[in-house]
Ligand binder design. Structure first.
Ligand SMILES: Nc1ncnc2c1ncn2[C@@H]1O[C@H](COP(=O)(O)OP(=O)(O)OP(=O)(O)O)[C@@H](O)[C@H]1O
Length: 809
C-alpha cells in the first residue's frame, strides 16, 4: 500500500500582457515551487483596495508561461503512468477557471504537433512501455465520459454524431453491495495499439466539439483501463488512469448569464461545490461521512479522492489582472486538495478462469493419487480426450532417445493399464525379433550386443549409407569448384576488380553463420509493411468516423451551398497552414523512406559480400589449414561497414516512426476541422432558416458569411452561439478574403441592389436596407459577372444552389 497526499501542480497560461501581479519561485532542493500573487493597493477604479496584498501558494511545481507540453508531461504524468502500469490506480485532473488552459493541458492544442497534451502523450508512452516490457502481457481499454448538467454521456457512442444530446442514452451510476461504482451505458473500447487508442480519443473529442455548446461547461473523464499479467500466471493486475478535464470553475455571479447558460453555470457551480465539499470533508480528519453521492462527478471520482488511487491535480491560472480573484481561489482550492491523503493499493487479483483450470487439474491429480493409495479401481471407460493424451505421451516416450526417459501416465490404474496394453501391442507388431537375434548372435559372437535389427531394416540402413556416400562425393566436388571460384574472385579483388556476386555464386549449401543483418532487413521490411498497414487501417478508420457526419443526407441546394461554404472555410489560414505542414511532412517522410530503402539495399549488398568472404575463409581453412590475414581483414571491414549502415538505417527508421505519429496527429486535426466545419455550416444553415422568410432567407441577409473557422478562433470563442455577422458589417475574415474569391459576399451585396430583370416577382425594401422576395418564384439573379473565370464559376454555382433551394422551399 502506498500512502500519499494528492500532488498539486500549478500552470500559468501564457499572456501577451505584462501583468506584474505574480511571481514564481523555485526551490530545487525541496522540489517545491511557490507562486505569489500581489493585489495592488491602489485602484484605478476609484476605490481603495483594502484586501490583503500578497498571497503565496506552494506547489510541487509551478509551470510558468513558457513551459512546454513535454515538460508538463514529464513532471506531472510520467510517474503516474508508471505507477498505473505497475497496477495502481491514478488520476490527473485539471481545475481552473474557463479559458485558463485545462483542455490545452489535458488534451492539447489544435495547432501544433508539439501542443499534444497529457492524454495523447500518455497513450504514446504507455504503448512504448508495453513494447519494452517483455515480461508482461498488457491489454488496454478506453472509456470517455462527459458529464453535462449532472447527466453522463458516452463520448465514444457512435450515435453521438447523428443524434441530439438529449436523445442519447444517459450513462447511469450503479453501486454494488461493496459500494463500488459501475457505469452503465458507457462503452469500454479495446485498443490494441497507440493508433487505435488515439482514434478513440479523437472520436471522443470530435463528439465533444461544441456541437452541444457544452464543451466548456461539461466535465470530461478519459479513462484508460489496463490489465497486465505474466504469461502463464493466474495473477492479473487491473488498474485505471482517469484523465479529467473539469468544467470552468468561475462563479455564477461573475459569469452574468441567463437562461440555458445560467442553468449550466448552476450545475457546474453545484458540482464543483460538491467537489469542494468532498475535499473539505476529506481534509478534515474527524469527518466520518464524505458526501461523494451528491454529484455524479464526485461519485465517479470517488476512488481518486481519498481512496485507492494516486491522484494529481493541475491548477490552471490566468494571470491577467481581471482574473486575479479566480486565480487566487483556484490556488486556495489546490491547497486544500493537497491535504488529502490517499491509500493506493496494488490491484492484483487471480484470474478466475485460470484459477479454476488449475484447481481442476490439481483435484484430478489428487483423486488419482488417492485411488492409487487406496487401491480403488475405477471401472468407467477412459474418455476419447484421455486416450488421445495417453497416445501422445506414449509416442513421445518411444521417440525420446534418452534412455532415462519416463512415461508418466499419472496414478490412475486404468491409464497405466492402457499404456501397458499399447506398448505390448507395439512390441508384438515388430517382425520376428527372436529369429533375427539368433542370426546376429551366430555371425558375430564376440561383438558387443547392439540393437537387434530385422533384415529389412539392415537393408534400409545400407541404402541410406550408400546415399550419404554419394552426397559426400557431390559435396567434395562442389567444394573443389568453390575453391577454384574463390581463388578466381581473390585474384579479381587483388587486381582492383569489384567483387560482384553473380547469380551462380549464390550460396546453395552454405549454412547461415551470421544472420543478424539479414534478420534486421527482414524485420525492417516487416515493420515497414506493418506501418503501412497501420496507416491504411487508420485512414479507413478516419473515413468511417467522419463518414457518419458526411453521410447525413443533404438536399441539393444545401449541398451546393455547403460546397461553397466549404471552399471558403478550408482556405482559412489555420487549415491551410496545417495542410502545408502535412505536405512538408509527407515530403520529408518520402525522403526518409528513400534513405531507408538505400540503407536496406546497401545492407543486402554488404551481407552478400560478407557471406562470400566467409565462404572463402572456410574453404581456405579446409584446404590449407589456415585462413589468410587479408580475408580476415576484409571480413572485419565489411562487418564494420554493415554496423555503420545499420546505425544510419535505425536513425532514419526511428525518425520515420516519429514522423508517422506526427502525420497521424495532423490528419486527426484536419479531421476535427472537417467535423467542426460541418457543424458550423449546420449552425449557420439553421440560423438562416430560423431567422429568414419561408424561403429560408434571412431578414437581414441573403446568405451570411461562414463563421470564423475553428483553426483561427481560439477556444475562448467556444460556447458562443455561432451566427453570421449582421449584414453590412464584414467580419475580419471576410475582409481578408480576396474579393474575387468570396462569392458569398459578392452575392449578398449584389442581391440587395439587383434590379428586376423582367421577372414578375415583387421586391420590397426593408428597414435595414435589404430587400425581401415576396413572390412565389425564385428571385432574379441579376448578378454582374466579374470576368474572372473562377469567380464567375463560383457565382454561377451559387446561383444554381440558391435556385434549387428556392424551388425546394
Ligand atoms: N499553455 C498554453 N500555451 C498556449 N496556449 C494555451 C495555453 N493554455 C491555454 N492556451 C490557449 O488558451 C485557450 C483556452 O484554453 P483552454 O481551452 O485549454 O481553456 P480551458 O480551461 O479548458 O477552458 P474551458 O473551461 O472553457 O474548457 C485555447 O485557445 C488554448 O489553446
Amino acid at each position: 500500500m502506498v500512502k500519499q497526499t494528492i500532488q498539486i501542480f500549478c500552470r500559468v497560461k501564457p499572456t501577451k500582457l505584462k501583468t506584474g501581479i505574480y511571481s514564481v519561485e523555485e526551490d530545487e532542493n525541496v522540489t517545491r515551487s511557490t507562486i505569489e500573487f500581489v493585489q495592488p493597493r491602489d485602484s484605478t477604479d476609484g476605490y481603495i483596495n483594502n484586501k490583503k496584498e500578497s498571497y503565496n501558494f506552494a506547489f510541487q511545481k509551478v509551470f510558468d508561461q513558457q513551459v512546454k507540453q513535454d515538460d508538463v508531461f514529464d513532471h506531472v504524468a510520467k510517474g503516474v503512468v508508471e505507477n498505473v502500469l505497475s497496477g495502481y490506480n491514478g488520476t490527473i485532473f485539471a481545475y481552473g477557471q474557463t479559458g485558463s488552459g485545462k483542455t490545452f493541458t489535458i488534451t492539447g492544442g489544435v495547432e501544433k504537433y508539439g501542443d499534444r497534451g497529457i492524454i495523447p502523450r500518455t497513450l504514446s508512452y504507455m504503448f512504448q512501455k508495453y513494447d519494452e516490457d517483455k515480461e508482461h502481457v498488457y491489454t488496454t481499454e478506453i472509456s470517455y465520459l462527459e458529464i453535462y448538467n449532472e447527466s453522463g454521456y458516452d463520448l465514444l457512442d457512435p450515435r453521438h454524431e447523428a443524434a441530439k444530446l438529449e436523445d442519447l442514452p444517459k450513462v447511469a451510476l450503479m453501486e454494488d453491495p461493496d459500494q463500488n461504482i459501475h457505469l452503465r451505458n458507457l462503452s469500454l473500447l479495446p485498443a490494441q495499439n497507440e493508433e487505435e487508442a488515439l482514434n478513440h480519443l479523437f472520436l471522443g473529442d470530435t463528439n465533444r466539439l461544441p456541437m452541444n455548446q457544452a464543451s466548456t461547461r461539461s466535465h470530461c473523464i478519459f479513462t484508460i483501463h489496463i490489465t497486465s499479467r505474466e504469461p502463464g500466471s493466474a495473477t492479473i493486475k487491473r488498474s485505471k488512469l482517469h484523465l479529467v478535464d473539469l468544467a470552468g470553475s468561475e462563479r455564477v455571479s461573475k459569469s452574468q448569464v441567463g437562461g440555458q447558460l445560467l442553468t449550466e453555470a448552476k450545475y457546474i457551480n453545484l458540482s464543483l461545490h460538491y467537489l469542494e465539499q468532498v475535499i473539505v470533508a476529506l481534509s478534515d480528519k474527524k469527518r466520518q461521512h464524505i458526501p461523494y453521492r451528491n454529484s455524479m462527478m464526485t461519485s465517479v471520482l470517488r476512488d481518486s479522492l481519498g481512496g485507492n488511487c494516486m491522484t494529481t491535480m493541475i491548477a490552471t491560472v490566468a494571470v491577467d489582472k481581471k482574473n486575479l480573484d479566480e486565480s487566487i481561489s483556484t490556488c486556495r482550492f489546490a491547497q486544500r486538495v493537497a491535504l488529502i491523503k490517499n491509500e493506493a493499493t496494488l490491484n492484483e487479483e487471480l484470474d478466475p478462469k485460470l484459477m479454476i483450470l488449475r484447481l481442476k487439474k490439481e483435484v484430478q491429480g489428487l483423486k488419482e493419487e488417492l485411488a492409487l493409495v487406496t487401491g480403488e479401481v475405477k471401472t468407467d471407460q477412459l474418455t476419447p480426450e484421455e486416450l488421445q493424451r495417453l497416445n501422445e505421451l506414449i509416442n513421445a516416450y518411444l521417440n525420446d532417445d534418452d534412455l532415462e526417459a519416463t512415461l508418466d501416465a499419472g496414478g490412475d490404474m486404468r491409464k497405466i493399464q492402457y499404456c501397458y496394453h499399447v506398448l505390448k501391442k507395439k512390441v508384438k507388431e515388430r517382425p520376428e525379433v527372436s529369429e533375427v537375434a539368433s542370426v546376429e548372435e551366430e555371425s558375430s559372437n564376440n561383438v558387443s550386443p547392439g540393437p537387434v535389427l530385422s533384415p529389412a531394416e539392415v537393408q534400409r540402413l545400407r541404402e541410406i549409407l550408400q546415399q550419404r556416400d554419394n552426397e559426400i562425393s557431390i559435396l567434395v566436388s562442389m567444394l573443389k569448384k568453390e575453391r577454384k571460384r574463390a581463388l578466381q574472385a581473390e585474384s579479381n579483388s587483388s587486381t582492383g576488380n569489384a567483387v560482384v556476386q553473380t547469380q551462380s555464386e549464390k550460396p546453395t549449401y552454405h549454412r547461415e553463420t551470421y544472420s543478424t543483418p539479414q534478420e534486421e532487413v527482414v524485420n525492417a521490411r516487416k515493420n515497414h509493411q506493418r506501418s503501412l498497414r497501420l496507416i491504411i487501417s487508420y485512414n479507413v478508420q478516419i473515413l468511417k468516423t467522419s463518414g457518419i457526419k458526411i453521410d447525413v443526407e443533404m438536399s441539393v441546394g444545401r449541398q451546393e451551398a455547403f460546397e461553397l461554404y466549404k471552399r471558403d472555410y478550408t482556405e482559412s489560414q489555420g487549415i491551410l497552414e496545417q495542410k502545408e505542414l502535412l505536405k512538408r511532412r509527407y515530403e520529408e517522410a518520402k525522403k526518409l523512406g528513400q534513405e531507408i530503402n538505400d540503407s536496406r539495399n546497401e545492407l543486402n549488398q554488404l551481407k552478400a559480400t560478407l557471406d562470400r568472404i566467409r565462404k572463402q575463409i572456410a574453404i581456405q581453412t579446409t584446404l590449407d589449414g589456415n585462413d589468410s590475414f587479408d580475408s580476415n581483414e576484409r571480413e572485419q571491414a565489411t562487418i564494420a561497414a554493415m554496423e555503420e549502415t545499420k546505425a544510419s538505417y535505425k536513425v532514419s527508421f526511428n525518425r520515420l516512426k516519429a514522423m508517422k505519429a506526427e502525420i497521424d496527429h495532423l490528419h486527426h486535426l484536419l479531421d476535427k476541422s472537417r467535423v467542426q466545419m460541418h457543424h458550423d455550416f449546420d449552425v449557420w444553415w439553421e440560423s438562416q432558416s430560423r431567422n429568414g422568410d419561408p424561403r429560408g432567407r434571412s431578414n437581414h441577409q441573403a446568405w451570411g458569411t461562414p463563421p470564423l473557422s475553428p483553426m483561427k478562433s481560439s477556444k475562448d470563442n467556444r460556447g458562443e452561439v455561432i451566427s453570421p455577422p449582421p449584414s453590412g458589417s464584414l467580419s475580419p475574415r471576410e475582409s481578408s478574403l480576396k474579393s474575387g474569391r468570396n462569392a458569398l459576399t459578392d452575392l449578398r451585396h449584389t442581391d440587395r441592389y439587383s434590379t428586376d430583370s423582367g421577372n414578375t416577382q415583387r421586391r420590397h425594401g426593408s428597414s435595414d436596407g435589404s430587400s425581401r422576395y415576396t413572390g412565389s418564384r425564385p428571385p432574379p439573379h441579376n448578378i454582374p459577372l466579374t470576368g474572372d473565370k473562377d469567380t464567375d464559376a463560383d457565382i454561377l454555382a451559387f446561383i444554381k444552389a440558391r435556385e434549387t433551394l428556392m424551388q425546394r422551399n
